[in-house]
Design a binder for this molecule. Sequence first.
Ligand SMILES: [Zn+2]
Length: 332
Amino acid sequence: MSKYLDDFKLIIRECDYSNTYKMAWSKAIVELSGKYVNDNSSTITIKISDIAEKMFKYYWDQTIYFNLFQSAPNQPPVILQHVRKIIDLYQDYKKDYKPVVFNKVDDEIKTRFKSEFDKAIKESVRNIKDNVGPFFLNYKKEKFSFYVFDKKLDYITFNQCDLKELYQNQQDLFDLINYRWSLMLEDYNSSPRIGKKVRIMDEQKIRRPKALTFFDKFLDYENEEHVCFICGKKIPSEELSRDHVIPWSYMYSDDLWNLVYVHKGCNSSKSNATPTIDEINKLKERNLKLQSELHEVWQDAFGSKNAKILQEFDYAIEHDFVDKFYLGCRGC
Ligand SMILES: [Zn+2]
C-alpha cells in the first residue's frame, strides 16, 4: 500500500470528533474520484461545489430518514442547516413527509427550489473552505499534500495517480469512513442501529425484511375489530394501516411490540412525531394484553412457526423496550 493511501486513512482514523465534516468531505472526494478515472491529464481539479453537493446528499439522506445529529445539537454544521431547510420546503410543497433519497429528487429540487439550493451550495462552499478543506491536510504537527488547496480558488487539485488510487480503494475507504462516521454519530445520537443506518444509505435502497401486514396475524389477537390506536374509532378495511408508535426513523426496525393499527389518515398526519406519554402508556398496556392473548393461543395457532416473534416480544416487554426507546427518542 502506498504512503499516500496510508496517510489518507490515518486522517480519517484519527480526526477529531467536533462534527462529521471531515467524513463527509473525504467520502465526497472518494466518490468523485470515479468521475475522473479515464482522464489522463497529470493533474485533476475537483470543484468544491461538487464536493459540497455530495456532502449535501449524504446529510440529506441521513437527516430525512433518521434525523441524525452531525455534531453537538447546539452547533449544527452549516450544510446541515441548509439541508434541514430544504427538506422542510420540499416536504411542505409535496404535502408528503415520507423520506426519499436525494438522488431521486435532486433534479426536482435544483429546479423548483433553485435559488434556495444555489444559496445552500454557495454558503456550504464558503463554510467548508474555512472549516474542512485545509484542516484535512493536517494531523498533529504533520502536513499532508493529498491535494492542493488554495482558499482563493474554488477547486482543489490532485495528482491523477493519487486520485486513481483513491478510486481503486473506494470500497475499503467507504467502509472505513462509514465506520468512523458511525462512531461519531454515536456520540451525538441515542438511537439504535447507527452503523446500519449509515451504511444502508450507500445502497440507495432501504429494504424492509417483511411487509408490515405480516404482523396482522398477531395484532388481530388483541385488536380483531381494528380499532385505531390514535383516534379510537373502528377502521374500515380500505383505511387500515400499521404504524410504529416510536417512529421508524428512530428505531429503523419493525417490531411487534411497537406496531399498532391506525387509520391511513391518522398515520400520515402523525409522520415522525415523537409519541405522547399517553400513547406510550397505552402501548405498554396493549403489549401486556397482547402478550397474554398470544401465549394462550400460540401453540394451536402457530406451533413452532414464528417462535422467534413471540420470544422477541416477551424479551421486549421483560426489558421495558417501550420506556427505554421512548426515553431515547424524546431527546431527538
Ligand atoms: Zn384513526
